[in-house]
Design a protein around this ligand. Structure first.
Ligand SMILES: Nc1ncnc2c1ncn2[C@@H]1O[C@H](COP(=O)(O)OP(=O)(O)O)[C@@H](O)[C@H]1O
Ligand SMILES: [Mg+2]
Length: 425
């Protein structure tokens, strides 16, 4: 089977790598791909969705997998489905669960799915009034997509009002902030839980924990994610069960009832407060870097994507290796503040078999020059992934691999999975 993967990050690289290594696939295409995905398949630069659908037909591609949110909210799935093509991801209307925080919060509230108390508004007056009723910290969120920067945790009423004003005036995030959500602050720990959905059935994947802050001990600025591990011991059967009954089932049912059945990845941003899972937000695709650790644990990744895309998850055989994976992001020098000068990437030969067999790199922000040399060109450059029988072993392998990778200005956290290791010992 020929496959097309949409996107250009480490997430898409990891999906391609898993399919190539452990599923029966023929050719893999990436659109647009990055400077390293051409080691796994063929990069194609087409931008227009209809043209891309033409390419899919012409090249006998039987399945398209969409990595990032932007093409989903722009309706790529609708264009492909209208042409009778198999595509993994939600339709444009269903993708609003990520594309509009107001849509998502109102959906949760209509279906009694646990979430933080909130209001949505485009009126400063209404925002001010609600802010006064909350005790700081107070959370202010822009409605639309802001590349992970549209959420402010304000430490005082005044700060919350100021941020709400900045957003509503359009100064902070343009149109994405012209409507906002104001909500109560939830104090707990965060999990990323992914449910693969085919419109009616679902499979919940082992939960992950991301590390959003740039520096060790969760200090420094927020980033797109500096590392993650799977599965996390911070979740137990009770939490999975509650998520299933209170979140996933009512969501799939609600989306069906409202004529926008949900297909693809339902990414639950969960805050666990006193043992109760509460939904912070939905995304409609895999997290990056969580995907890079989930993929190596899947025995047959193709089954998951293909069966979900054709609406036959009930007959999918989804199995996981009984292992742990830890991924450490290596970012370029000025990340997340500004661009960095491209730097050549050198990866030492790995001589230890236990390391070469149980670790790999998922490439993200890289480009290749005409001599075939790889350069770090993006903010998050690559992810070093280690797999092991314990989180500790997986972490050690991930960091040993980091030690073999060199480029000027490289930065990474040294404590990915620290919360789990406190528990695992
Ligand atoms: N109600 C809340 N209480 C506490 N923290 C929150 C709340 N809402 C969001 N956050 C924090 O802000 C981060 C970003 O918010 P989120 O809703 O996931 O938006 P996005 O990922 O689109 O920026 C979350 O990962 C969480 O750490
Ligand atoms: Mg989020």
């Amino acid at each position: 089977m020929n496959i097309l993967i949409i996107g250009s990050g480490g997430r898409e690289y990891s999906i391609g790598l898993a399919l190539k290594n452990r599923s029966n696939v023929d050719k893999i295409y990436f659109n647009p791909g990055n400077g390293a995905t051409d080691m796994l398949g063929v990069n194609i630069p087409i931008k227009d969705f209809s043209e891309l659908a033409d390419f899919v037909v012409a090249n006998n591609i039987e399945l398209t997998i969409v990595g990032p949110e932007a093409p989903l909210t722009e309706g790529i799935v609708d264009v492909f489905k209208a042409r009778g093509l198999n595509i993994f991801g939600p339709s444009k209307v269903a993708a609003q669960l990520e594309g509009s925080k107001i849509f998502m919060k109102n959906f949760l509230s209509r279906h009694n799915i646990p979430t933080a108390k909130y209001i949505e508004t485009n009126s400063l007056e209404v925002a001010y009034k609600f802010i006064e009723t909350l005790t700081p910290p107070i959370v202010v969120k822009a409605d639309g997509l802001c590349g992970g920067k549209g959420v402010i945790i304000a430490l005082s009423h005044d700060e919350a009002k100021k941020e709400a004003g900045e957003m509503l005036s359009g100064n902070a995030f343009g149109n994405a902030g012209k409507s906002i959500v104001v909500e109560e602050f939830l104090d707990g720990y965060e999990l990323s839980v992914f449910a693969i959905c085919d419109g009616k059935d679902y499979v919940i994947l082992p939960a992950a924990q991301d590390h959003k802050r740039l520096l060790d001990n969760d200090e420094g600025p927020n980033t797109g994610g500096m590392g993650a591990y799977v599965p996390t011991p911070l979740v137990n059967e009770d939490i999975y069960k509650k998520l299933e009954d209170r979140v996933v089932k009512p969501t799939l049912k609600g989306m069906q009832e409202e004529n926008m059945p949900f297909t693809g990845v339902l990414f639950m941003g969960v805050m666990v407060v006193k043992g109760e899972p509460i939904i912070l937000e939905y995304n409609v695709r895999f997290g990056d870097p969580e995907c890079e650790e989930i993929m190596p644990l899947l025995k047959n990744p193709l089954d998951l994507f293909y069966k979900a895309a054709i609406g036959d998850l009930a007959n999918a055989k989804i199995e996981f290796f009984d292992k742990f994976a830890v991924g450490v992001v290596m970012a370029s020098k000025n990340y997340p503040y500004s661009d960095s000068v491209p730097a050549e990437i050198i990866v030492d030969d790995i001589v230890h078999e236990s390391l070469s067999e149980n670790s790999h790199i998922s490439y993200a922000g890289v480009s290749r020059d005409k001599d075939g040399k790889l350069y770090a060109t993006g903010g998050r450059v690559l992810v070093c992934v280690g797999v092991g029988d314990s989180i500790k072993e997986a972490q050690q392998r991930a960091y040993m691999l980091c030690g073999q990778v060199h480029f000027a200005g490289k930065q990474c956290r040294s404590d990915i999975a620290y919360q789990a290791l406190k528990i695992e010992g």
